[in-house]
Ligand binder design. Structure first.
Ligand SMILES: [Zn+2]
Length: 236
């Protein structure tokens, strides 16, 4: 058992090296920057999409108003030809006709004001959309350039990672499968999964160990797990 524990300890050294290396890979400044740029690109795409939807709604509204203005204009023309064909017979009738015409003209004018406002809104959105596209294109170019650099970096790192993983596989060779399994289970909650005794304490969580447990660890006859953190404890 003592030899198994020692082999497992050596295995852990290489395994932790892989862990460290993988962490370094994830934290690579180029990789982090690429992730940021990708997020920014997605954000700009969403901005463009949102504005497109808003402009589509504005366009529908403008079209409806234009139709309404055309309808009102032909109503004014109808009224005009009616008056020409049947001129008002008295002042009261004339006043009513003028009122009706005025009402139509006022409504047209209100709609035209709204149309102008909507057109301004749509133009502003078009500008914002254009700006978002320009920003996205600029970031896209930066992203593509950095991606090339990172791909080279990543390729190199992958070779090193493969080398380290091969060492882990090699280190596992003479370890009993059930020992490796225990190690992997512990690794899910405690890293590193193995620790050395520090005086009469667990080197992982620093808890004092009961005398019985201490005795077992020191004898090296079994893989003893800390009652507190679950790590396998071996002697100094
Ligand atoms: Zn512990």
């Amino acid at each position: 058992m003592e030899q198994q524990l020692e082999l497992l300890w050596q295995y852990q050294q290489v395994d932790m090296e892989v862990e460290r290396f993988e962490r370094e890979m994830r934290q690579s400044p180029n990789r982090q920057k690429l992730i940021k740029q990708r997020d920014f690109l997605m954000e700009q795409q969403n901005v463009v999409k949102r504005i497109e939807q808003e402009v589509a709604i504005l366009s529908d509204r403008m079209e409806a108003i234009r139709d309404e203005i055309t309808r009102l204009q032909s109503a004014v023309a109808d009224l005009q030809s009616q008056v020409e064909q049947n001129p008002p017979q008295d002042v009261e009738e004339a006043r009513k006709q003028i009122q009706a015409a005025q009402k139509l003209v006022n409504t047209i004018s209100r709609y035209e004001t709204e149309l102008t406002k909507l057109r301004k809104d749509a133009d502003l959105r078009d500008r914002h959309q254009h700006e978002a596209r320009v920003r996205a294109a600029k970031t896209r170019a930066e992203f593509d350039q950095l991606k090339k650099v990172y791909d080279v970096e990543y390729k190199k790192q992958s070779v090193e990672l493969e080398r380290l993983r091969a060492r882990v596989t090699e280190a596992a060779k003479n370890i009993a499968p059930e020992m490796l399994e225990r190690y992997k289970v512990i690794k899910k909650h405690s890293i590193p999964p193995m620790t050395r005794l520090q005086g009469d304490r667990c080197g992982g969580c620093n808890m004092s160990l009961p005398a019985a447990v201490l005795g077992q660890v020191r004898s090296g006859s079994a893989a003893v797990e800390c009652e507190n953190c679950g790590r396998i404890i071996i002697t100094q």
